[in-house]
Design a binder for this molecule. Structure first.
Ligand SMILES: Nc1nc2c(c(=O)[nH]1)N[C@H]1C(S)=C(S)[C@@H](COP(=O)(O)O)O[C@H]1N2
Ligand SMILES: [Mo]
Length: 366
């Protein structure tokens, strides 16, 4: 039993004082919520530190939750300690374990889907539920942090140890994935798994919440190019696709925040040329807003927008309805949710459009 005692002593040595565990769990969760949400906006590899912070802090939460559960277990197992807030505690614990388990399983390569939900989406759901539960949970058991806790040099070392431990575990896991060639090794830096093949059928249709328009009749549909342009125009499908030599074919990678990516060959018209066909942008035209028939919309700085495509084809197929027919935005380096489907308007504007963050969540609701 000496071995077990030693282990206990070792664990006790790295376990911060209880109040600190509670407060650092809260802080760590805030870091996870912020880095998790910010990571949704990152589509190019130079944003990698956000993903790394999320993973390493996530692993330190595993240790902190273990300390915490070991300490409060008796409140759950011994009915003499039950009180109304116990239910809240149990739900909080379930959300915490759910968020950690789905995050870890995802990283190790279980690209499983629960109906049309990926495990990554479930992870996001648990994480946000945890955050919502933690606030009332802390309220019922509020213990202010004490000066002595914060001034404790040993605790600083313990936290440094936990973070370094998290980094080593994550690195080790990557090495295991690489050597064993698990599906986990096929993730992009964003955590997304590949969907391979070419054309409409090779990747999933993903729409936000309620954005589900009726199929669009190409004869009725037009694409307006207006706002701060020389001469606003509206063109039909035939004009958009008519001259083959005006079309551009380009490979680009669509990476959805629900955890999959696909590289496809997209065909369509360069947005810069479309703006020029409308007389070019005026000098105060700094942003370009892409608007869907559903109201869903996204804006890009004009220099970037000019390089994007309004695509009508993918992998040689005409886009199908689910993927945004008649035409959708292809914005390389941007995350999937910014690739507006069913585009009907390209508007050159002076300013960015902060309301787009809300509109993309609620468009399609009547
Ligand atoms: N109008 C509109 N465009 C949209 C969406 C949407 O819900 N409505 N979903 C976005 C999301 S979240 C992603 S990942 C991509 C998915 O494109 P796909 O359905 O062709 O795979 O479209 C984006 N464009
Ligand atoms: Mo997405």
């Amino acid at each position: 039993m000496l071995g077990l005692d030693r282990l206990r002593a070792a664990v006790a040595a790295i376990e911060p004082p209880p109040r600190l565990v509670d407060w650092s769990l809260f802080l760590a969760l805030c870091v996870e919520v912020v880095t998790g949400l910010v990571s949704f906006t990152i589509g190019t590899p130079d944003g990698w530190p956000i993903f790394w912070i999320h993973r390493i802090v996530g692993l330190t939460i595993v240790a902190l939750v273990a300390f915490k559960l070991a300490r409060v277990r008796y409140r759950l197992t011994d009915s003499r300690h039950w009180q109304p807030s116990t239910l809240l505690s149990v739900l909080t614990a379930i959300a915490a374990i759910g968020a950690l388990a789905t995050g870890i399983v995802w990283v190790f390569g279980a690209d499983v889907r629960l109906s049309h939900w990926t495990l990554l989406s479930v992870h996001v759901g648990f994480g946000l539920a945890l955050f919502a539960l933690l606030l009332p949970h802390m309220w019922t058991r509020f213990r202010p942090p004490r000066r002595v806790d914060l001034a404790d040099r040993r605790a600083v070392l313990q936290y440094a140890g936990l973070l370094i431990g998290g980094a080593i575990v994550y690195r080790g896991q990557e090495a295991v994935n690489a050597v064993a060639e698990t599906t986990g090794s096929k993730r992009r830096f964003t955590g997304s798994y590949p969907r391979t093949g070419e054309g409409n059928g090779s990747f999933p249709v993903t729409s936000w919440v309620a954005d589900d328009p009726e199929p669009i009749d190409t004869d009725e549909w037009t694409l307006s190019i207006d706002g701060l342009v020389g001469e606003p125009i509206a063109i039909g499908y035939d004009e958009l696709t008519g001259e083959r030599e005006r079309q551009t074919e380009q490979r680009a990678l669509l990476d959805c925040t629900s955890g999959w990516y696909t590289e496809q060959s997209w065909r369509g018209r360069r947005v810069g040329e479309l703006i020029d066909a409308a007389g070019g942008s005026t000098t105060n035209g700094k942003w370009v807003r892409f608007v869907s028939v559903t109201g869903y919309r996204w804006s890009l700085p004009i220099d970037e927008a000019r390089e994007t495509l309004i695509a009508t084809h993918v992998g040689g197929d005409r886009l199908n309805h689910g993927h945004g027919a008649p035409a959708r935005l292809v914005a390389p380096g941007r995350r999937g949710f910014q690739w507006v489907k069913w585009v009907t308007r390209i508007e050159v504007r002076e300013r960015n459009d902060p309301a787009q963050w809300i509109v993309t969540l609620i468009s399609g609701f009547e």
